[in-house]
Design a protein around this ligand. Structure first.
Ligand code: ADP
Ligand code: MG
Length: 212
């Protein structure tokens, strides 16, 4: 297959400029496959090994959609570890700088009150580990997730391996049924089985991509 370009993926030129600035010139295969489907409104389950650029595969289309229609907390990204949460937030921050993207990281080991204040300021993107976000929802929460447009499960296989089930149920209860679900992981098989139980598979066609 000929090398694809970001221009072919219907991304705005300002986003391409941000990509170029960080040395990202050609989309990886999971990006080339998933970005147009996400922009077209489909749910997406993508699997490819670590280091294949899964973060930008969801971050770029979410930022583009958000730049067209910012409203409250737009995207919720769940990931299993604090370290991953900060890495994901960094990539959103770099790409979203020209539109003053507001990102809030909600992970354990940090001050709950301060996090509550940050959440009340209506960030565009919340990147969270499930346990701490569930803690916020169960205490006096200062924010609403009822209008999110995108739910991302990053490292979905790990998130759905069992240990996060209670937290994820708490979170899913407050999410709108109408939303785009984006699930990314290194493998899809087990996670998919779990998804049927945990998520009420909502509306749209699901696009599935598994790296060769
Ligand atoms: P994964 O989630 O699949 O493990 P990441 O999204 O963390 O991978 O990306 C790994 C690294 O590759 C990051 O440093 C990211 O900036 C870089 N990267 C992502 N997409 C591209 C691309 N199209 N070209 C070059 N580097 C990229
Ligand atoms: Mg990743």
């Amino acid at each position: 297959m000929a090398e694809q370009s970001f221009q072919d993926l219907k991304l705005d030129s300002w986003i391409l400029k941000q990509c170029t600035a960080i040395g990202v010139k050609h989309p990886t295969s999971i990006q080339a496959s998933c970005i147009p489907k996400i922009l077209a409104g489909k749910d997406c389950i993508g699997a490819a090994k670590t280091g294949s650029g899964k973060t930008l595969a969801f971050a770029l289309p979410i930022i583009q959609k958000l730049s067209e229609d910012p409203y409250g907390i737009f995207g919720l990204i769940l990931t299993p570890t604090r370290e991953l949460a900060f890495q994901i937030a960094d990539q959103f921050a770099v790409i979203g700088k020209p539109i003053n993207l507001k990102i809030c990281v909600i992970v354990g080991g940090m001050d709950m009150v301060e996090q509550g204040i940050q959440l009340s300021k209506r960030p565009h993107i919340v990147v969270a580990t499930p346990g701490r976000l569930a803690d916020h929802l169960e205490s006096c929460n200062t924010f609403s997730l009822s209008k999110i447009q995108f739910l991302v499960l990053d490292e979905a296989d790990r998130l759905l391996s069992g240990q996060f089930d209670d937290h994820i149920k708490t979170i899913f209860k407050v999410l709108p049924r109408q939303r785009q679900n984006l699930f990314f992981s290194a493998t899809i098989t087990d996670a998919l089985e779990k998804l049927k139980e945990v998520v009420e598979v909502t509306k749209t066609e699901v696009f599935m991509y598994e790296a060769p």
